[in-house]
Design a protein around this ligand. Structure first.
Ligand SMILES: Cc1cc2nc3c(=O)[nH]c(=O)nc-3n(C[C@H](O)[C@H](O)[C@H](O)COP(=O)(O)O)c2cc1C
Length: 211
């Protein structure tokens, strides 16, 4: 964990709990001595660009946390530089809950999962919404080949902090695309064996007829 994440996440009440439960000394050290952890390295960038979904948390003006799943083509969450990520928002169910929440508070949390490698990345940041003429540059930059969908806006997130979590309790899960790739050699082998089996059966049948 970087210093920036600790400084944001460890609020006075969190620190109080850490102190009460014996982990404050360890986390105070992180808060004071760790590297900042606010600029995405090549490792984080690569991880972000490999994702085809993430969860976006916002806070409503009534104080409720809200989480929405965002999905798209792999890499639809772009890395603009080591402190900025962004994506285009397509016309959807038109509830506009995240958008409404961002009108009140621009702070967001992103949760990115890689189930096969059992890795998760949390990002904290500030989001800006770009719409209309002013959004053209971002929309062009961030659009994927999902051209059939109506882009409503670009959401750009300034990264304040990020943190990786441990792998515990994450069940590995695989996408259909990943399973097809892994299974391809097995299917090829199966087809070859079936072909060989057919030939052998034909040979046996031929011998039986001759005998
Ligand atoms: C036709 C349709 C297409 C959608 N396509 C996407 C999509 O590609 N990616 C995505 O994250 N959500 C998609 N959604 C979900 C909605 O866009 C959802 O409104 C959006 O995530 C905003 O949610 P919120 O109002 O809860 O913040 C789609 C919804 C509909 C009805």
């Amino acid at each position: 964990m970087g210093r920036s994440f600790a400084q944001i996440a460890f609020t006075p009440l969190v620190k109080e709990q850490q102190a009460k439960r014996g982990s404050r000394t360890q986390y105070e050290r992180i808060e004071k001595l760790s590297p900042p952890g606010d600029a995405l390295s090549e490792y984080e960038k690569e991880f972000i660009l490999a994702r085809d979904s993430f969860y976006l948390a916002t806070v409503s003006e009534t104080g409720w946390p809200y989480i929405q799943h965002r999905g798209g083509e792999r890499g639809f969450l772009h890395v603009l530089d080591d402190r900025t990520v962004g994506f285009v928002d397509y016309r959807g169910n038109r509830q506009y809950i995240s958008l409404g929440n961002l009108g009140h508070d621009d702070r967001v949390a992103l949760f990115l999962m890689d189930y096969p490698s059992r890795t998760r990345l949390k990002i904290l940041g500030h989001a800006t919404v770009h719409e209309g003429e002013g959004a053209k540059q971002f929309v062009e930059q961030l659009s994927t080949s999902e051209g059939r969908k109506l882009v409503e806006r670009a959401i750009i997130i300034r990264v304040d902090a990020f943190d990786w979590n441990c792998q515990q309790h994450i069940t590995p899960r695989y996408t259909e695309e990943q399973i097809v790739k892994v299974m391809a050699p097995l299917h090829q082998r199966l087809a070859a064996l079936e072909e060989e089996n057919k030939g052998l059966r034909e040979q046996i049948a031929g011998r039986a007829e001759a005998g």
